[in-house]
Design a protein around this ligand. Structure first.
Ligand code: BG6
Length: 476
């Protein structure tokens, strides 16, 4: 589809970038912080993660101590927003007990620093770092523990920061936690009862999320809140109608399962039948659907790195493994497939900017809510030259192609609030170390040598600064 005229990015568009607490902050045991699941030594996952070769998260990019410097760099790029997560373990160290004043103060300081520079804080309440004390009691599958604990945590956040923070996100990539939680360093899994375990975990998270929607609206009527899953289009491997059904199945299981409850208060029918067939329906109590119906999001935030491709399961699909943005099979529903039309990143993720536009279109068509991009980006090695430069033209190319397609989506009539790619400053990847870099700002450290952690502007820093200066309208 060719437009006669491209539409412009709207005034007030939230240009920025993203991060998560455990991947960037460091200071893992400082100022009263409790342990999270990410602070534990991790299990290797065959063929995917060998933790002996990569760093842990103890120091990360040390943003806990360097937040002022990092925010000054964001301000220099012209950021209008910064999407970051709060570590539950800094606020309530054991997840459910006493409040830690120093943790509360730290995020006041970060938020105030952002506001001082005119940068809108966009807060993720929970990003892969469950308090260990909760995990040890069953974590997200222990409903009577976890739902009230999350509600308590949510109320503390809204009371403390709700008058300063307009945009809230509940749970980062719940869909990926459910599907590839072991790779993401989450502890809880039950391989023998995989689907039952997943169904209960999801049900409890979705309930906790709906309560967060309800309480934010009650406590902070001027603030807005949304879910933050990982969403993409799925292509059928061929035009065989059975491949089309397989691609639709993948989207139901991976995406609509979550958003249908968040937005419509209903279980996706295809997923419901899949769970039923696998003897895996979640435990549902009397008022659960009232809660789902009562809690409504104001927008949908989503992360996009790659599209997916699926083909029919001819009975040969086996439970395979992938990470967040690679393909895997789900027997009975679909098999993951290669897409011959797309190139891949060095880490094997499909590069598909047009898929980005199509994801916007599909999401908007389906739910009719404003969309906020909370992640998108290229993870790869960068080289620091002798004269202290990082020529990351590959990252610029990736981001530019995606922004171009986002503008096409705006021209399609999709309402988009902002774009916060991953990541503002280099941080530690979920399972592939610090040498898989995403930032506009280089952090001078290696996997095991912390060096001086100094910040160095990459070429993409200046490029993004110019994009923001032009409100994106220089990209067409
Ligand atoms: C998203 C996560 O899935 O992908 C981030 O929300 C993550 O936490 C990002 O860092 C990139 O993936 P990775 O595995 O390279 O860190």
């Amino acid at each position: 589809m060719k437009f006669k005229k491209l539409e412009k990015f709207p005034e007030g568009f939230l240009w920025g970038a993203s991060s998560s607490a455990y991947q960037i902050e460091g200071a893992w045991d400082e100022d009263g912080k409790g342990m999270s699941t990410q602070d534990l030594p991790k299990q290797n996952v065959d063929g995917w993660v060998d933790w002996s070769k990569i760093t842990d998260f103890k120091v990360a990019s040390d943003q806990y101590h360097r937040y002022k410097e990092d925010i000054a760099l964001m301000a220099e790029m012209g950021f209008k927003a910064y999407r970051f997560s709060i570590a539950w373990t800094r606020i309530i160290p054991d997840g459910n007990g006493a409040i830690n004043k120093k943790g509360i103060q730290h995020y006041h300081d970060v938020i105030d620093e952002l506001l001082k520079h005119g940068i809108e804080p966009v807060i993720t309440m929970y990003h892969f770092d469950l308090p260990l004390a909760l995990e040890q009691q069953g974590g997200w599958t222990n409903r009577d523990l976890i739902v009230p604990a999350f509600v308590k945590y949510a109320k503390v956040l809204f009371k403390e920061y709700g008058h300063k923070v307009k945009y809230w996100l509940t749970i980062n990539e719940q869909n990926m936690v459910a599907m590839v939680g072991d790779i993401l360093g989450m502890v809880s899994s039950d391989p023998k009862n995989r689907w039952k375990h997943m169904a209960n975990l999801n049900h409890n998270m979705l309930l906790a999320q709906s309560y967060a929607f309800i309480y934010l609206h009650k406590m902070c009527p001027n603030a807005k809140i949304g879910p933050a899953p990982n969403i993409c289009v799925y292509y059928p491997k061929s035009c065989n109608p059975e491949d089309f059904t397989a691609a639709k199945n993948a989207q139901s299981l991976l995406h609509w399962y979550y958003l249908d409850i968040a937005v419509r208060g209903k279980y996706n029918n295809i997923v419901w039948k899949f769970l039923k067939d696998n003897d895996a329906l979640p435990e549902i109590r009397k008022d659960d659907f009232k809660v789902f119906k009562a809690g409504k999001p104001d927008f949908i935030a989503f992360n996009y790195y790659a599209s997916g491709t699926a083909e029919k399961d001819e009975g040969d699909a086996v439970i395979t493994h992938g990470d967040q943005h690679s393909m895997f099979d789900v027997p009975g529903l679909y098999k993951g497939a290669e897409n011959e039309y797309l190139g891949k990143t060095n880490y094997g993720w499909a590069k598909d900017p047009i898929g980005f536009r199509n994801t916007f279109r599909e999401l908007y068509d389906r739910y009719q809510l404003p969309l906020l991009v909370t992640e998108n980006g290229l993870g790869t090695q960068d080289t620091l030259t002798a004269d202290e430069k990082i020529h990351d033209d590959y990252r610029i190319e990736y981001l530019e192609n995606h922004i171009k397609e986002m503008r096409n989506a705006i021209s399609d009539g999709v309402e988009i609030l902002g774009y916060c790619p991953w990541s503002a400053v280099d941080l530690v990847s979920t399972h592939q170390g610090i040498t898989k870099r995403y930032g506009f700002v280089y952090v001078n450290r290696d996997e095991f040598d912390l060096k001086d952690l100094r910040r160095i502007r990459k070429d993409s820093f200046y490029w993004y600064q110019n994009v923001i200066k032009n409100n994106g309208n220089n990209i067409e």
